[in-house]
Design a protein around this ligand. Sequence first.
Ligand SMILES: *Cc1c(COP(=O)(O)O)cnc(C)c1O
Length: 445
Amino acid sequence: MVSSIQSEVGTQRKVITELPGPKSRALHERRKAVVSAGLTNGFPIYIERADGAILVDADGNQILDLGSGIAVTTIGHAVPELIEAVSAQVAAFTHTCFMVTPYESYVEVCEELATLTPGTYAKTSALFNSGSEAVENAVKVARLATGRQAIVVFDHAYHGRTNLTMALTAKNMPYKDRFGPFAPEIYRVPMSYPFLDELSGAEAAAIAIKEIETQVGAKNVAALLIEPIQGEGGFIVPADGFLPALSEWTTQNGVVFIADEIQSGFCRTGDWFAVDHEGVVPDLVTTAKGLAGGMPLAGLTGRAELMNAVHEGGLGGTYGGNPVAAAAALATIKTLRDRNLVARAREIGDTLLTALHSLQQDVAIIGDVRGRGAMVAMELTQPGTKTPNAAAAKSIVNYCNQQGVIVLACGTYGNVIRLLPPLVISDEQLADGLSVLGAAVRAAS
Ligand SMILES: *Cc1c(COP(=O)(O)O)cnc(C)c1O
């Protein structure tokens, strides 16, 4: 049954109506009456099915997906192993609440997390429904285990939209504006941003550390929370040495180092986790997006002595580690391993970086090309300057969408185009997407 549905999905991008097409436009009218205007859609085509890197909309257009639902469907859409695992679990049971009566798959996911996340020390995990929830729980654990309160975060950071994670997130519009008051004891310091600050990793770390020591005091800091490559903030890759210097400082000062790997984790950057690139070993790691192939699941994994410092009953939630999501995570991890997608992420990264660097030679609006593995971006600027060019980013996204290619914008200044293709994307699909993107950039120049 599954295969007959999927066989209707081709492997090529194919646009047969204007976009959005008439059926999507009609659905969008229905939406307006009942869905909050506070939620927006980047590209309001309504999806009916998908396979690999192709989405099919209500009008039968085949859309090339270079966003993976924001780094979630890393293994691609409609992966047979995932469909089978999830279907079997739905038939077996869909919920018991792990806090009431447990089941094996939850334990198995935690075993995988203990094996895959960096660090050879004893680790335990807790599972949640969303990335924000994992980050909130990381803060709870760090505060309880250290008896300290201050949390250090960085410029351009994105950690979620719940009350605590809004406070941890840097950007006001659209995430925070008029949603306060925000949680206290959160301190923001400068991020290494090589394109704009032109500092080495060691120099940028020294600046951040000096601010922490003078404005907060090391002994008051429970945790330093950082995305090893920033996601929503603009795919900012810190200069080499920045993360190791911060990690060393946290170790010396009894501060918990929390790596938020929610966007960068699970093979996305060509390593299982982005911190692996420089051998940085965090104390706690948050995971979500790429972990479960689209089913809602998040993990908090870390040193057993921190994670187990929490009193009995101190962590949990009704749905956290739901059995269907846990089955999806196990199938996702198996697929990442079996298909060696960590290596494929590196290949995709080479292709993307080569193509974007060569495009950068031809046009004046690409200030910077950066990223690792299948997490690559270009920062658009006013020609010959570093002044953000959000209008160009917007026009590139629109152009790509009109041609049936999904690309996402990000960045504090809205001037970064990010690419997050599923790792199962074929070379032909990648070349097709890059040719549309190239045309879009030239049109915006
Ligand atoms: C998406 C994201 C979050 C929040 O995850 P949600 O599942 O949307 O709550 C937190 N941190 C990072 C780095 C993210 O990319």
